[in-house]
Design a protein around this ligand. Sequence first.
Ligand code: ATP
Ligand code: MG
Length: 396
Amino acid sequence: MARAPVRSSQAKVVSNILEKHGYQLGQYLGKGAYAIVWEAYFKKWRTNVAVKVLMKDKAEAEFLSKFLPREIQVWKGLKHPNLINFYQSIETTNRVYIMLELAPGGEVMDKIRMKGACDERTAGKWFEQLCQGMAYIHSKGVVHRDLKLENLLLDQHDNIKISDFGFCKFAATDVKNLKQVQLSETYCGSYAYVPPEVLQGIPYNPFLSDVWSMGVILFTLRTGKLPFDDSNLRRLLKQMIKGPIFTQKHASISLECKDLVRGTLASDVHRYSLHTIFDHPWMLPLVRERPPYLRDMDALYLRPHLRRSTQRLMTIRHTDGGTRSTANLVSSTRLVHPEALRSPSPPPSPPAHRPPLHARPPLQRSWGGREEGGRAESERERERGRGLAKDGRRRE
Ligand code: ATP
Ligand code: MG
């Protein structure tokens, strides 16, 4: 591995710490909200790895006390060919270093950005691998909650590796039997990838919310564009409720693929479970091996019977943002606050005139979601709406 010239003082500090632990700093790979990711050579294993370096002083307290420990703890326990493998974490006074399997193929997002929509074969291969990885994650009672094209990486053979577990959590209260789902109240993700129930600030089933994000990914793989315009939250919600639109330009997309996209981008009452996705006619010829745990997972996709507040739709009127077009594929991860949606001042929204993609600054992830209820609710309790405030949100 050719060693990149180390210029900044930050890189020097990182390089020194890594040297002490047997790693040689390599080239810069990418940047997220808090993390800079570098390539490094691990001398003991004689292999290249990715090192995600998080600056503690740049992160909010909640990120350091809640989300980061969770990311490390959950990621450690996951092992699957379609997931980035977690190797090790090192904490120093100012930084946290996370050593990860290297994805030399980079982000799927970059492929779409450079080459546009993929053909049915490539989309099929990648989507099937995404489903395999997600079925595994869900079978462990874990939800990802930040699925997007930027977080799908590629290995040297162009296989999907799901990455970035910054918003993941255990969401099945009975992990052994995968029976009860703990509804989420941290409204996280990127506007373009979150389902309508998250945008509306309604406690949501995070397993079903991951399925929606998978639908956004499949649509984008096949069309080269995001399905919904997230420059204006009110319009975004309207579009989501209407469902994805296929035009004449999409004539080459098979009817089966379109049907699968519609089933994943449906309201949570009708949205497909992973079991249904694996049984879908578009998927059947693509599936290499059916995950054995699928049939035990159905309870994870139970529909939350929560009242939808029409008032929420009205309040989103205040949140008009810029005039971002869906052709712009970049989406920033942020928490969506129901409080922010209700307030007269709009939540941060993308600028009206965005610089070209290559000139864009790194994306920001904002934190500050409320603590999620540690208490499980039985399905019957949820149906009755007990323990829920009138507006459908749990007060805890
Ligand atoms: P976000 O802002 O999306 O929350 P983050 O701060 O959690 O990001 P990551 O998404 O984990 O950071 O990493 C940022 C970028 O670094 C990725 O989009 C990717 O380009 C690159 N990267 C991360 N992990 C790897 C890896 N294992 N191999 C190669 N590149 C990687
Ligand atoms: Mg990321």
